[in-house]
Design a protein around this ligand. Structure first.
Ligand code: ADP
Ligand code: MG
Length: 396
């Protein structure tokens, strides 16, 4: 398979070559402890493959938001020890003050982590001086950080124009999965778009209506669409100023031959707290003092039937207020259906978004989807159909 970008398979002999590998090491920490090492683990294939091939591996990454200032609390020196444990190999911290000298003493197979790229004010500006400084430290550039690819920074974009550039294994897997989901998917394609607000996902909805066969709208944003159809949603979260936009999206879907699925039954409560008294009602029966907090069982079953007719699913946003029981019911149920269809081989399922990943984990099915993207902002921009600068810069 020839991809529009080069991968590690296209690398020649890298013995003793200095390879600058952009990774995402921006992990949450509590004191000296990494509380979620998912991002560190995701770097293992690329970093170990290069080290095993005899490269001198220099990992570039940002950590927190130091805004161009040195800040010891955001030094990647803090991540070096936990990273060693995850990799099971020694990792050397490279201070950016004398990086060239330090790298000159590294041996083939050695792995180092350069200080936080964002200590340099030129990083986020994609400044030529910064690109030049970084490029002087390496012979080859590998971008393995899809989650940072929506930013045109020196270490995510600029360097790709300065050194021979390749996608790392993680980047390659992410781009392959996304291509299967929306780039060149097998039809019919269903998109589930949920979450709190229409306003944060307008561009996603506009892009999807032209791409997918079924647009399934849930979560708080379904309330705005229901209101646009004249439904009284009571005290529900809804953006009443956006009902015109919701109508335009439904009209665009009609013209594109995309079926929009809104719930026809919903779970409502008077109070938003764990396990309050609830009612399951037709959308036309919501009382003035009630809130819609999840889509109902009949709607969920109908959506499961839609998924059964589809070959591809892309999912962003929970169908209800899943953090508060029992309003995770529809999300969990439909996620389990998607997981089962994926297991049967009838569905390619790709999901992403911070809360979506949390909801799929809560449902216990995150590892049963074909691919789950942990790249929040980059995943959404990709769902909006935007070209990601870090990816575009890798084009052959
Ligand atoms: P993601 O992070 O996956 O992109 P969002 O941030 O857009 O998802 O949306 C997730 C939020 O939407 C959750 O906090 C969830 O509680 C909220 N939500 C979903 N449905 C409703 C609803 N009916 N009323 C209020 N909030 C909702
Ligand atoms: Mg969110």
């Amino acid at each position: 398979m020839t991809r529009p970008f080069k991968t590690l398979d296209d690398l020649g002999d890298v013995t003793a070559k200095r390879v600058l590998v952009r990774e995402d090491l921006n992990v949450p920490m509590d004191g000296a402890t990494v509380t979620d090492d998912t991002r560190l683990r995701a770097t293992i294939p690329t970093v170990t493959e290069l080290a095993d091939k005899g490269a001198i591996v220099i990992v570039l990454a940002h950590f927190g938001r130091p805004k161009g200032q040195r800040n010891p609390e955001m030094s990647l020196a803090l991540v070096t020890k936990p990273y060693e444990q995850v990799l099971g190999r020694p990792v050397r911290f490279i201070d950016d003050q004398d990086a060239a000298e330090a790298i000159a003493t590294m041996q083939p197979g050695d792995i180092g982590v350069l200080e936080n790229t964002r200590f340099d004010p030129g990083e986020e500006k994609n400044a030529p001086e910064t690109i030049h400084r970084l490029a002087a430290l390496g012979d080859i550039y590998v971008n393995d950080a899809f989650s940072a690819a929506h930013r045109a920074h020196a270490s995510t974009e600029g360097l790709a124009h300065k050194l021979p550039a390749y996608a790392g294994r993680q980047m390659e897997a992410e781009l392959d999965a996304l291509d299967k989901a929306l780039g060149n998917p097998e039809h019919p394609v269903a998109a589930v778009v949920g979450g709190a607000k229409v306003s944060t996902k307008l561009d996603v909805l506009k892009h999807l209506v032209a791409k997918v066969d079924h647009l399934i709208i849930g979560g708080g944003m379904a309330n705005t669409f229901l209101a646009a159809r004249g439904v009284d949603v009571g005290k529900s979260l809804a953006e009443h100023d956006l009902t015109g936009t919701a109508e335009e999206i439904m009209e665009a879907a009609d013209r594109a031959g995309c079926t929009v699925h809104l719930p026809y039954d919903v779970v409502v409560a008077k109070e938003f707290k764990p396990n309050p008294p609830t009612r399951t009602v037709n959308v036309h029966e919501v009382a003035a003092d009630e809130m819609i907090l999840d889509i109902g069982p009949a709607a969920t079953e109908a959506l499961a039937d839609v998924l059964k007719t589809c070959r591809t699913l892309v999912w962003n946003g929970p169908l209800g207020a899943f953090e508060t029981p029992p309003f995770d019911t529809a999300t969990v149920t439909l996620a389990k259906t998607a997981a089962a269809l994926t297991k049967e081989g009838s569905l390619v399922s790709v999901a992403g978004g911070g809360d979506t990943v949390a909801a799929l984990n809560q449902a216990g099915v995150a590892d049963q989807f074909s691919f789950v993207s942990t790249a929040g902002g980059a995943f959404l921009e990709w769902m909006e159909g935007k070209e990601l600068p870090g990816v575009a810069a890798l084009a052959r």
